[in-house]
Design a protein. Structure first.
Length: 621
């Protein structure tokens, strides 16, 4: 039965299902969470077979059972079955153990991952749908964070930014990196206003080059909100070169004006400001909004009466200001306009102002675009961004909880282990050599096992501390750090006739303690897994634009390429303890430290040909 006392209380209060079973799968005991998860009473659950709660059609079930039998433990994803026959996804961790003179049993923990699977699917579907929408538009969309670094952009941006703007966008880089130096002061002022809640529009003319003709683009800058807080900026770039050329031609003659409007779907208008008359041409008004030109011409207030009530004052005030209180030649605005079916469209309205010699407005010729799809895209993008942030917060919270659990669990295990070790040592001191040879061997095994458990717990504590260390990142001279490292291993190198050669190292921004630990683990392994030859270790560094790549190369026994990924998994060992000591946590700690520094770790090696461990750290920490 499951042990009583504090451990029973811990298990009964756990949210996951805990099972004690025979090796044939028969359940001997389970906690309350197990009964609730699978729909059985405690008495019903005792004696239930594995196949009654685990779907025998679960992918890889036979392989997982074989792995548990061979290695003593397995962690995998399977399909659970409730008492009512309902099937659901589960995450399983199972180990085999045995006590003296008793048959083997298994201890299994099961976690219901139904909600996790559902959220993952929703997130994936939403992301795919959003990507399909944005990648099928010809307009450019770029998303920046509050620090004005590029977070993402659509396919059109990837394909056209070089052509339209002269520079490609790169994720993670500041928007100012790709800007014309002469425009940087203006852009800084513009983005400051947008990050304060303003929406800005601008028209930019790209001069002709040998590679492409002149371009004119409309750029819309708008704040990106999340939970009513501004979290960044969304930029929408629209190539209006063709539209602008046609507008210029429309000024030449009424005939050319009429035919030019046939080539666009925009609602084209010519407003005689002095007589307050509007001439509309082209098919855009009917195609986009469902109104015929004759119907619009018969009503003097046709357009104003159909602007959304919440937008009318803002739109007319802005238009009057540009016309009568400035000398600007362009007016533009964005607002809602009622279609003939009663629904509202988001429109982008822009007009060219013709002024007399004194600067008074005489006419304004313009075009109205339906930008409803862009607005929907922005809303979808915002929703996706919110979901992604929520998912990221959930993952961070989950990781913190796991680290805390590992720390508390390993910390609390030390006290009972310390007691076990103390009494075993007293037992050995009093009875070793006084019973028989077999008893002495059993005492040795028990003391050795307790000592190894102590080392394992300390390593687990060290692993959990890596992600929660409060030590700040600081300027670290790696030449000094590796000098200290060589002093640490001086005695071992003397005993093994080993040499450690260190090439010139940079000064980096890092967690000094953790970086020392990373190098220490790699050098320790190089000295431990040596061949018959004297160990030779070379530590070097390659400086790249965004990162430093370090190398720790040895002439040891090497590693089979099939194990290159597995060696960085916690508790994974390639050799028995009788061959080489250790807990299998060292390289997992190295991986965690490298990732905390914005990098990664990998190995290049073959059996008998030594190993070369590489790890990188970001230069942007």
């Amino acid at each position: 039965m499951i042990e009583s006392g504090i451990y029973r209380a811990m298990i009964e209060n756990a949210m996951d299902a805990f099972f004690l079973t025979k090796t044939d799968g028969t359940i001997l005991d389970a906690n309350s969470a197990a009964c609730e998860m699978f729909g059985y009473t405690p008495d019903e659950l005792r004696g239930v077979k594995r196949k009654q709660i685990i779907d025998i059609e679960s992918p890889g079930l036979a392989e997982h059972l074989k792995e548990r039998q061979e290695k003593g433990k397995v962690v995998c994803e399977l399909i659970g079955i409730r008492k009512n026959g309902e099937k659901f996804p589960i995450w399983v961790s199972s180990v085999i153990f045995s006590e003296e003179e008793e048959e083997q049993k298994t201890f299994t923990i099961i976690h219901d991952i139904t909600e996790l699977k559902r959220r993952e699917k929703e997130l994936k579907d939403a992301e795919m749908n959003m990507r399909m929408v944005l990648n099928n538009t010809e307009e450019l969309f770029i998303i920046l964070d509050k620090d004005l670094r590029v977070i993402n952009f659509n396919k059109a941006t990837e394909e056209k930014s070089k052509k339209l703007l002269g520079v490609p966008f790169e994720k993670g880089r500041s928007i100012f990196d790709s800007a014309d130096p002469q425009r940087v002061p203006y852009l800084k002022e513009l983005y400051a206003e947008v990050l304060n809640g303003s929406i800005r529009m601008s028209t930019v003319e790209i001069p002709a080059t040998v590679e492409h003709p002149k371009f004119i683009i409309d750029i819309r800058y708008a704040p990106l909100y999340e939970n009513e807080e501004i979290e960044g900026v969304i930029i929408n770039i629209h190539d209006v070169t063709e539209t602008k050329e046609k507008e210029a031609k429309l000024l030449q003659t009424n005939e050319r004006f009429y035919y030019a409007t046939k080539a666009t779907n925009d609602a084209i208008w010519d407003w005689d400001i002095q007589q307050d008359k509007v001439l509309r041409v082209g098919d855009g008004l009917e195609n986009m909004f469902g109104y015929e030109i004759a119907e619009a011409a018969s009503d003097k207030n046709f357009w104003i009466d159909r602007v959304h009530p919440d937008d009318i004052k803002m739109m007319t005030d802005k238009r009057s200001h540009v016309l009568f209180h400035t000398n600007e030649l362009y007016w533009e605005d964005e607002y809602r306009f009622r279609r003939s079916d009663g629904t509202y469209a988001y429109v982008f309205d822009k007009g060219y102002i013709i002024r007399d010699a004194e600067g008074k407005p005489q006419r304004m010729i313009g075009a109205t675009q339906d930008v409803s799809q862009r607005k929907e895209s922005e809303a979808l993008l915002l929703e996706l961004n919110n979901r992604l942030k929520k998912r990221a917060e959930e993952l961070v919270s989950s990781n913190i909880e796991l680290e805390r659990f590992a720390y508390v669990a390993s910390h609390d295990l030390q006290e009972p282990l310390r007691m076990v070790t103390s009494f075993l040592q007293l037992f050995r001191k009093r009875y070793e050599g006084k019973i028989d040879e077999t008893a002495d061997q059993y005492i040795h095994f028990a003391v050795d096992g307790a000592e190894r458990m102590k080392i394992l717990i300390m390593d687990l504590l060290e692993y959990s501390r890596v992600g929660s260390s409060a030590e700040v990142f600081q300027e670290t001279d790696l030449n000094e750090l590796l000098k200290e490292l060589r002093e640490v291993f001086s005695k071992t190198c003397e005993e093994k006739n080993a040499t450690i050669h260190v090439e010139a190292m940079p000064i980096v921004k890092a967690n000094k303690t953790q970086l020392f630990q990373l190098f220490q683990n790699l050098v320790s392994n190089a000295l431990k897994y040596h061949s018959g030859r004297a160990p030779e270790i070379v530590i070097s560094c390659e400086e790249k634009e965004d990162e430093y790549v370090f190398s720790v190369k040895d002439n040891g026994i090497g590693i089979d390429p099939s194990f290159h990924e597995k060696i960085f998994v916690i508790f994974h060992r390639l050799h028995s303890r009788s061959e080489y000591g250790g807990t299998g946590i060292g390289l997992a700690i190295c991986k965690k430290i490298a990732e905390r520094h914005g990098g990664k770790i990998w190995v290049e090696s073959e059996l008998g040909k030594g190993s070369n461990f590489f790890f990188s750290i970001s230069r942007r920490i």
